[in-house]
Design a protein around this ligand. Structure first.
Ligand SMILES: [Zn+2]
Length: 500
């Protein structure tokens, strides 16, 4: 049986694996400015060169695709399996304590460093799985390809380029997520929208609203400036809104409208103050009272919006209840409140609520808004269960936005992804996982998207074990060394079953 041979081989390569991984971790492979022949900048090009050297050292046939992706092939027959990992990394965070991000360090049973878990470690595990089969001389009828990309963290344009040239293999997996295996990924409908309109002189009015900065995060804070309503009246309304939403509001009088054109507006460093009539700050202050409203909720990932408290939709909830004078801008704010009422995190008011047993419920997160009396721009992020497409989600939502005088950028959606849980491929991979872990391998569904989202027959397989938090994207990212070795064995076992 090959299992014992593979196990002995991998166990014997522990030091070499850690050395190869460390060589990759020492390279700062964050995306940076493009240079000639380096579409993602110097770091990604450097790490691809290092990856090439390692694969060639172990006798794989290496090919470079535009310095975006490198591939390493092994085996004689037709290509049956692609394994996709990536060598680029997310930006470094500030508070590392065990070591520095590019100084890999082994402490106890772990190796620390940026990319040890995401995704340089898993890339090395896959490479050693292939190396084991090759050096042990185990027979494969079909061939396997390791695909190493360098733009996973910034939109996966590397794979777009690669699959513009090459066809999808009969089977693909990416060790860039969780064990046991993810076979279902929700689709995504994330858009920006905007509108421009005429201001008017009517008070009371909302002169500024700003909330959120990232489309995939439930906004924790929102700030709005209201003119022409006394502070004590705002406080009463805010107290109601707070009970209804669970979001806290703090209200302060301020000296004038702070337009949200500038980032300084919300941070309090007011650079320029003017009102719509061009009056000076002192004149406005005499004419009308201005208050700034701070809303504080709770952030969460946009794929699980019910876990957060959305400060933006809570702010709209409050503003919609105030005696504000009619205006083009305020009508649009009320339209947004109608489409994204607080606590509706499933697209019900937008008329697209739906769910499906395997992939769950549609989620909707209104994540960014920047409003002035003359224009607005916003973003939202919706995750779509199986069965959703542009016709039943983005198109009706686009029409509803238009009915309120706003326009979404376009109606493209990324469709949901599903490889059947009872397919040969999924069952085979889960079998290899069970063989090494003794844990029952049930396939998982995610609201996020993995590296193989756009592949018809791709699944995510490893390397994060349930119940281990590897601090991916955070400080002190690490990989458990035994998990790295075990992953290599699991992958070798899977390759033997799929290509053998
Ligand atoms: Zn990754």
């Amino acid at each position: 049986m090959y299992k014992e041979k593979i196990d002995t081989y991998i166990d014997g390569k522990r030091e070499e694996m850690l050395a190869d991984l460390s060589a990759l971790v020492r390279i700062d492979s964050q995306k940076s400015e493009a240079k000639e022949g380096m579409p993602y900048g110097e770091g990604p090009a450097k790490v691809l060169a290092a990856g090439t050297a390692i694969m060639e050292k172990y006798g794989l046939t290496v090919k470079n695709y535009g310095n975006r992706v490198i591939t390493g092939d092994f085996g004689e027959g037709e290509k049956e399996l692609d394994i996709l990992a990536h060598l680029d990394i997310v930006p470094v965070t500030e508070d590392w304590t065990v070591t520095q991000p590019f100084e890999p360090k082994i402490v106890g049973d772990r190796i620390y460093g940026r990319g040890t878990a995401d995704d340089k470690g898993p890339a090395i595990a896959a490479l050693y799985a292939i190396r084991a089969i090759k050096e042990l001389g185990l027979p494969l009828k079909k061939s396997v390809r390791l695909i190493l990309g360098s733009d996973e963290e910034c939109g996966s344009s590397d794979l777009k380029y690669y699959y513009g040239i090459e066809k999808e293999a009969p089977y693909s997996f990416t060790p860039d997520a969780d064990f046991p295996l993810i076979n279902i990924e929700k689709g995504r409908f994330a858009k920006s929208f905007e509108a421009a309109y005429a201001d008017n002189e009517q008070f009371p009015k909302v002169v500024m609203l700003k909330s959120g900065s990232k489309v995939n995060v439930v906004p924790q804070k929102a700030e709005a400036v209201v003119a022409g309503i006394e502070k004590d009246i705002l406080e009463k309304a805010a107290a109601h809104a707070s009970v209804e939403t669970g979001v806290e509001f703090i209200i302060e009088e301020c000296s004038g409208p702070v337009y949200a054109d500038s980032e300084e507006a919300v941070s309090g460093k007011e650079t320029e103050k003017k009102d719509q009539a061009g009056r000076t700050g002192a004149e406005q202050a005499d004419a009308v009272v201005y208050c700034i409203i701070h809303a504080k909720g709770q952030a969460a990932h946009a794929s699980t919006p019910a876990d957060g408290k959305n400060a933006l939709t809570a702010m709209l909830h409050l503003l919609a209840a105030l005696p504000i004078a009619d205006s083009e801008g305020y009508r649009r704010l009320k339209g947004l409140h109608t489409m994204f009422p607080y606590a509706d995190t499933c697209g019900e008011a937008l008329g697209i609520r739906c769910s499906e047993p395997q992939s769950g419920e549609l989620t909707m997160c209104f994540s960014v808004l920047d409003y002035t009396p003359e224009k607005l721009r916003g973003e939202f992020d919706s995750r779509l269960p199986i069965g959703c497409n542009a016709t039943n989600t983005s198109e009706p939502v686009g029409r509803m936005f238009e009915s309120y005088g706003m326009k979404i950028a376009d109606t493209d959606v990324s469709n949901p992804h599903c490889v059947p849980g009872d397919s040969f491929f999924v069952k085979t991979l889960l079998g290899s996982f069970e063989r090494y872990t003794g844990i029952k391998g049930e396939p998982l569904s995610t609201g996020g998207g993995t590296y193989v989202h756009n592949l018809e027959r791709g699944v995510a397989f490893g390397c994060m074990m349930p119940d281990v938090d590897n601090h991916m994207h955070g400080d002190d990212e690490f990989m458990v060394i035994d998990t790295l070795l075990m992953s290599a064995k699991i992958f070798a076992d899977a390759i033997m079953k799929i290509c053998g």
